[in-house]
Structure formats: structure tokens, C-alpha cells
Design a protein. Structure first.
Length: 263
């Protein structure tokens, strides 16, 4: 392996990594920043080849476990320079720049569509957890409506434990999303805390889109009105509502169970 030494915070690649990690919502065509051995390894295992890998000096041995193709640019930096470009409080000794996968509507609109539509999910940990559950329970994809945090947010990527690299995820306007769902004959089910039918009454073996609202206020009345039905998870305990990621995970589990995918 050929490793180039970088000694300046003002190096163009270092500045690109810093920008990618600080502004992950710049657009799907941009490179994204990956921080940590686990994320870099997950990206490689998912078929995503980083353009550049940054390694803190003294940790070059980590590269030997990644089975890297020769086309990757390898840069070794003093630990303090790499720490200046990343976002975690305890910086890890490896980071990367990679171009994210490009997904489209045909990727998620299938005869057995199970789609999660997210409106206003702001907590990156919640988003990452939803992506992880969506992949685990066989969802065909996730659609992020305006107001939802970027899936390339470093915390969201870590919480997804690699699902963000493999699960089709689209960003779309509300209008485009519902037009696509209706044209494909996919029932849209608004997840609500109140004034909705219990989950057990719905047939989730048919193509379905689960519409999940923000952590604080849930779905807006206008968005809920666009859905074909309202669905709720009965809770016998004295809680007003479930966390968005928990609710999405329960709905996905039930859909998977009904479809015979989960024992």
C-alpha cells in the first residue's frame, strides 16, 4: 500500500472530510464522510469503495484488515489533525470519504412493497434505528420527507450499524411521495397515537407504506388526511405515545410476521 503523509489541517482532502461530516445534507450526489473502523468496514462489505481513507499515524496496521483495492487514496495524518476534522468527542483513528449509493423509486416499489415514510424525524439516532429495523424486517425502502434529518448524519449512520449502505433510502417531497404510492396501488397507513384503528385489524401482507411522524408532534393533520387509513399500536400502560423509532420497529415487525418472514 502507498500511504501519503499529510501534515496540515488545510489540506484539501482534510477540509473535504470536515465539510462532509459537518454538512451531511448537502445532496445525494456529494461524497459523505465516514468515521470509525466499523462504518468504514461496513461500507466496504456493502460494496461501497471509499475514494479516500484517512488513518491516524501509528494506526496504519488497521488498514491491513480491510482488504482495500489499490485504487483507494490513503492518507496518514497526525492524530490531532484527524481529530480536527471529525465530529465525535473521542475521535477514532480512521475515517473515509465515499460516494453514497444512488437509489430510485423502482428500487423500493415492488410487488411486495413495505415502505417506511418519515416526516420530520429530527433525532439522528431515531433515524438510524429505523433504518436498522427496516432492513431487519424486510422493508423494501425508506422515504424521507422534508424536515427529516439526513441519513448521512454521522450519528444516524452509526445507529444504523451499516443498514444505511444497503437499504434503499430516498428523499422526496410529500406530493411526489403520495403520487408515487397511489400510482403503485400501495396503501398508506398513518401511525397515530390516538383516533386510529388498532394495528391487529390491518392486513399488512398487501403492499403498504407506514407513515411515521416527528418525535414531538407526530404526523400533521394535513399529512394524516392524505393517508388511506390511520393505524395505532394499543398500549395498556399509562403512556401517551411511543418513541418514533420504537413505533416504527413494532409496525415493521408486525408486517414481517404477517408476511410469514418472522417466526
Amino acid at each position: 500500500m502507498t500511504i501519503r503523509i499529510v501534515q496540515s489541517k488545510q489540506n484539501a482532502r482534510v477540509k473535504e472530510l470536515r465539510a462532509a461530516l459537518l454538512r451531511p445534507d448537502r445532496g445525494s450526489g456529494e461524497v459523505v464522510g465516514l468515521e470509525g473502523m466499523h462504518l468504514v468496514a461496513e461500507a466496504l462489505a456493502s460494496g461501497i469503495i471509499p475514494a479516500t481513507i484517512f488513518i491516524a499515524q501509528g494506526h496504519e496496521h488497521l488498514l491491513e484488515t480491510l482488504h482495500l483495492p489499490p485504487s483507494i487514496e490513503l492518507l496518514a495524518l497526525p492524530p490531532e489533525i484527524l481529530a480536527s476534522a471529525v465530529t465525535t468527542d473521542s475521535p477514532q483513528p480512521i475515517a473515509a470519504l465515499a460516494r453514497p449509493p444512488a437509489w430510485d423509486w423502482p428500487s423500493i416499489l415492488t410487488p411486495q412493497s413495505l415502505i417506511v415514510v418519515l416526516s420530520g424525524i429530527q433525532d439522528p439516532g431515531n433515524l438510524g434505528t429505523i433504518l436498522r429495523s427496516a432492513e431487519a424486517f424486510g422493508a423494501t425502502g425508506v422515504v424521507c420527507l422534508p424536515g427529516t434529518v439526513s441519513r448521512w448524519n454521522p450519528k444516524a449512520m452509526r445507529a444504523s450499524t451499516g443498514s444505511v449502505f444497503r437499504l434503499p433510502v430516498l428523499a422526496a417531497s410529500e406530493e411526489e411521495c403520495f403520487n408515487r404510492l397511489h400510482a403503485a396501488g400501495i396503501q398508506s397507513l398513518a401511525a397515530m397515537a390516538h383516533d386510529a384503528q388498532p394495528l391487529g385489524k390491518f392486513n399488512l401482507t398487501k403492499p403498504a407504506a407506514l407513515i411515521i411522524g416527528s418525535e414531538g408532534s407526530g404526523l400533521s393533520p394535513e399529512l394524516a388526511a392524505r393517508c388511506d387509513a390511520r393505524i395505532t399500536i394499543p398500549c395498556p400502560g399509562p403512556v401517551e405515545s411511543l418513541n418514533a423509532a420504537v413505533a416504527a420497529s413494532i409496525l415493521l415487525y408486525e408486517a414481517s410476521r404477517q408476511r410469514g418472514n418472522t417466526p
